[in-house]
Design a protein around this ligand. Structure first.
Ligand code: ME8
Ligand code: MG
Length: 503
């Protein structure tokens, strides 16, 4: 089956921070997991380069929006690589192919009768590139997200008849109760729709940096429509000479809750207006917080993912984010919290367990995993694990999947404590029992290693190499699927202690 997963395209008005890395890692975990299940995967990320947020930031720096885009798009591309993302393409909305495809889709929307010229008046946030209603703005006419003063905009625009999709959107939500997840975000989006949709600006006359409107070149498209369409246009040119649209559309979108309205209302309506199938689903995650505030460039309270990765590696960051914050909810992160989990969970619970198992199999059994009957308590402990992980991933509940795996890492630690194989090794009549215990440990680690591959791609692979395990697909993630006999490979310490230079 085809599985197409996307991240938001990030604004190039600022540099990447941990919040951006978070969504990209989440999408990468899903992409890797689905590949392990044998699905045909396409994974897209990229940058949003037009519109006011970028224009304003470029002006501040005294450069053109294109220069700013060129400079920061590279940083977002590097960020994706740095976190270990296996995206199949990196889209930039300044790509000429994207821009031409946007014109084509929106011309269709126009031809289908969903566009008219009108006068816009209202509050506008240049950071959000969003028009705000009286109900949502803060006192003093400030943006509820950026807290900056809003601008009273008055201009002649082309409007998109969002209101014409009131019923069809309500129907979509009624027919597909899991279309937006988690449930609280579905409820939020639906109640926004039920308040009554009003038409929205599709074009801007006062801005030049954008995709030109084909039926009136004195306008450019409002940046959100240009941006949303990236998910669709990318498939048409990501592979030179090939159009992947039929193969991969519709997509699964991962987004933060800040951009729910655009994705859960404008986007499906726009697709309906262009006679294109709506996305398969949208998964909305919460905010990473620092000191109880949203981590954001404009607030200046960001953790630099590049720094963390340089010291601890990408896998540790990938692990931490989904352990610390239940995916879908808001949650606080901190460098102290990170170092604590690194030591107690990665280095101790997983790293030491791997070390111990590896060195006991080496010492007592010449580096060959014994063939023995699986210990009954481990067989039942691991029963249903792979299925649970797959089911959680299908619901995009990455943290629950990780929790299910980690529960077994802990069970293996208890098992080794209870069985005390180092004592069994001293008693020749217990050789059969020792075989069983060592097999059980190696097999349990193998299964957790296979399941952890999507989250800890590098370390889990090293663990599997050390265990002499060759298979990587989900099918082999069942306890007992390997019957022993594997010859161990080398094992360097998976999560070494990190000596930090004093600040
Ligand atoms: O909104 N916690 O781009 P953007 C969690 N270009 N996630 C966070 C985060 C935080 N503190 N900060 C950022 C835009 N994110 C538009 C999107 S899509 C067609 C256009 C993540 O650079 C999260 O995914 O402001 C959020 O939705 C996204 O970055 C916003 O990135
Ligand atoms: Mg933003």
């Amino acid at each position: 089956m085809a599985y197409y997963v996307t991240t938001p395209i990030y604004y190039v008005n600022a540099q990447p921070h941990l919040g951006h890395a978070y969504t990209t890692i989440a999408a990468d975990i899903l992409a890797r997991h689905m590949r392990q299940r044998g699905e045909e995967v396409f994974f897209l990320t990229g940058t949003d380069e037009h519109g006011e947020p970028v224009t304003v930031a470029a002006e501040r720096e005294g450069i053109t929006p294109r220069e700013l885009g060129d400079r920061n798009a590279v940083r977002f591309r590097d960020m994706a690589e740095k976190v270990g993302a296996t995206n199949d393409f990196f889209i930039r909305t300044s790509d000429p192919e994207h821009m031409a495809a946007v014109q084509k889709v929106l011309q269709k929307v126009y031809d289908n009768g969903y566009v008219y010229k009108g006068q816009y008046e209202g509050w506008y946030c240049p950071r959000c590139a969003d028009f705000k209603t009286e109900q949502e703005i803060l006192e003093g006419n400030r943006c509820p997200i950026h807290e900056i003063e809003l601008i009273w905009e008055q201009e002649e625009n082309y409007f998109f008849k969002l209101s014409a999709f009131q019923e069809r959107l309500e129907q979509l939500y009624a027919d597909r109760p899991e279309w937006v997840r988690p449930q609280n975000r579905y409820n939020e989006a639906l109640s926004f729709i039920k308040q009554g949709l009003i038409d929205v600006s599709l074009t801007r006359a006062t801005l030049r940096w954008g995709v030109e409107v084909p039926w009136d070149p004195s306008h450019v498209f409002y940046v959100w429509f240009d941006a949303l369409l990236n998910y669709y246009t990318a498939l048409s040119y990501a592979r030179p000479g090939e159009d992947l649209t039929d193969r991969f559309w519709p997509a699964v979108h991962l987004i933060g809750k800040d951009i729910l309205k655009f994705h859960a209302t404008y986007w499906p309506a726009l697709l309906m207006a262009a006679d294109i199938e709506v996305p398969k689903g949208e998964y909305v995650h919460g905010y990473l917080l620092m000191n109880d505030q949203k981590m954001s460039k404009s607030l200046g309270n960001v953790i630099d993912p590049f720094e963390v990765i340089d010291v601890f590696g990408a896998d540790a960051l990938r692990f931490y984010l989904f352990r610390e914050v239940a995916f879908g909810q808001d949650g606080s992160v901190s460098t102290e919290g990170f170092e604590q989990r690194y030591t107690s969970e990665l280095a101790n619970e997983l790293g030491n367990l791997a070390n111990r198992t590896h060195s006991m199999v080496s010492k007592y059994r010449d580096g060959v995993v014994p063939q023995a009957d699986p210990p009954a308590e481990l067989t039942s402990e691991f029963d249903g694990l792979a299925e649970d992980v797959c089911a959680a991933m299908d619901r995009t509940e990455i943290s629950s999947a990780l929790e299910a795996i980690w529960k077994r890492v802990r069970a293996l630690n208890r098992f080794v404590q209870e069985q005390e194989p180092w004592k069994l090794a001293k008693d020749e009549s217990a050789a059969g029992q020792l075989d069983q215990v060592l097999y059980g440990l190696a097999e349990g680690l193998r299964v957790t290693g296979v399941l952890l591959l999507s989250i800890l791609p590098e370390k889990a692979d090293r663990l599997l190499v050390a265990l002499g395990a060759e298979e990587r697909s989900i099918e082999c993630a069942h306890f007992g699927a390997a019957s022993g006999g594997a010859t161990l490979g080398e094992l360097e310490q998976l999560f070494p202690r990190v000596e930090r230079e004093p600040a």
